[in-house]
Design a protein around this ligand. Structure first.
Ligand code: HEC
Ligand code: HEC
Length: 296
């Protein structure tokens, strides 16, 4: 082909195929991650909505946060964000214009996503219809409303990803670890937090009774007495697929929304998560280990 012709062709391809819009496979992979992470659980207008036009109010010790509109609306959503902007927000917790995000948006977990998974999520979000609804302002008092303080917080607590596969563990275990941390962000509820709202990694997965948003998240370490050490891999998989515990209870509260996400994953992915969870070091917590009554 003559040089001028290939330039014309390249130009036409960019016009017809904007970088993200054309890649149906990326959009589908992005949707899988969007569902698995249950982005809509917070960003949806109501619990059944899958459109992230802004929604859930999250009550924390620092005040009430409202999940914003992340549809591609140019005025109210993230329609003007580049893929780099989106990547930076998930990896570092910083939105365009240097706006420092609060960790009530679980970016400390999403930071572990791979570059490609972030790009796929972006491709999916840019493919959905924009919704022109303004996001609600947070109801948070100073000093917790000061975004500038997040510099300090991130310096102390953020360990930016992406996830590095652990040597000496097989691909399935690493996939499970990745899904539990980076995608399904299980620690955000099941790990206790310090007074600055950061996860206490030395107590990983040991439960957070009376945690943010009134969540009574139990101990899910492999401790036999106070965690889920007595559960088989199959039983954990069943919970992630159907929400049913080995005692034939249905999980309620925030876990119901989590299962809505994990139920959409493949069997292989749920299996990998269960395999990883079985290896989480046991931590014994005071009895009674489990919330007595859950709001269903
Ligand atoms: C636990 C609830 C929760 C979940 C789950 C959640 N988010 Fe958010 N997200 C928030 C809140 C709250 C904010 C606002 C943070 C702030 O104002 O600093 C936010 C902010 C954002 C922002 C920045 C928007 C802006 O205009 O600054 C993006 C982008 C985002 N979320 C994307 C996602 C994606 C993608 C997922 C799923 C992979 C997701 N979120 C899952 C609660 C959540
Ligand atoms: C939004 C907060 C939240 C997230 C995120 C979350 N959980 Fe939960 N989880 C809970 C709550 C709250 C309960 C208690 C539910 C109840 O009392 O019915 C629970 C219950 C459970 C149980 C049942 C434990 C028992 O002893 O009955 C398991 C197992 C579990 N979660 C695993 C997970 C895994 C794996 C993930 C990640 C895929 C996860 N959770 C993510 C809040 C959460």
């Amino acid at each position: 082909m003559k040089k001028s012709a290939s330039i014309v062709l390249a130009f036409l391809l960019t016009v017809i195929h904007p970088a993200w819009a054309g890649d149906e496979a990326a959009i589908q992979r992005g949707k899988y991650l969007y569902d698995g992470a249950d982005c809509a659980g917070c960003h949806g207008a109501d619990p059944s909505s899958s459109t992230p036009s802004g929604g859930k109010s999250l009550t924390t010790p620092f005040g009430i946060f409202h999940a914003p509109n992340i549809t591609p609306d140019k005025q109210f959503g993230i329609g003007t964000w580049s893929v780099e902007d989106f990547h930076h927000a998930l990896r570092q917790g910083i939105a365009p214009g240097g706006k420092q995000l609060f960790p009530v948006f679980p970016f400390p977990s999403f930071s572990a996503l791979t570059d490609r998974d972030m790009e796929d999520l972006y491709a999916y979000l840019m493919s959905i219809p924009p919704v022109a609804v303004p996001s609600k302002p947070h109801e948070v008092q100073a000093p917790f409303s000061w975004r500038s303080l997040m510099w300090f917080w991130r310096a102390l607590f953020l360990k930016p990803g992406p996830y590095q596969p652990q040597a000496g563990r097989d691909a399935e275990w690493n996939r499970g670890n990745y899904l539990v941390h980076a995608v399904a962000h299980c620690q955000e509820c099941h790990t206790p937090r310090n007074p600055m709202g950061a996860l206490i990694q030395s107590r990983a997965f040991s439960g957070n009774i009376g945690g943010p948003d009134g969540q009574n998240a139990p101990n899910i370490t492999s401790d036999v007495l106070t965690g889920i050490g007595g559960w088989t891999v199959d039983e954990i998989e069943t919970l992630l697929k159907t929400g049913q515990t080995p005692a034939f209870d249905a999980v309620g509260s925030g876990m119901k929304a989590v299962v809505r996400g994990t139920s959409k994953l493949t069997d292989a992915d749920r299996h990998a998560m269960a395999v990883y969870l079985k290896t989480v070091p046991a931590i014994r917590t005071p009895l009674p280990p489990k919330p007595v009554a859950a709001s269903k």
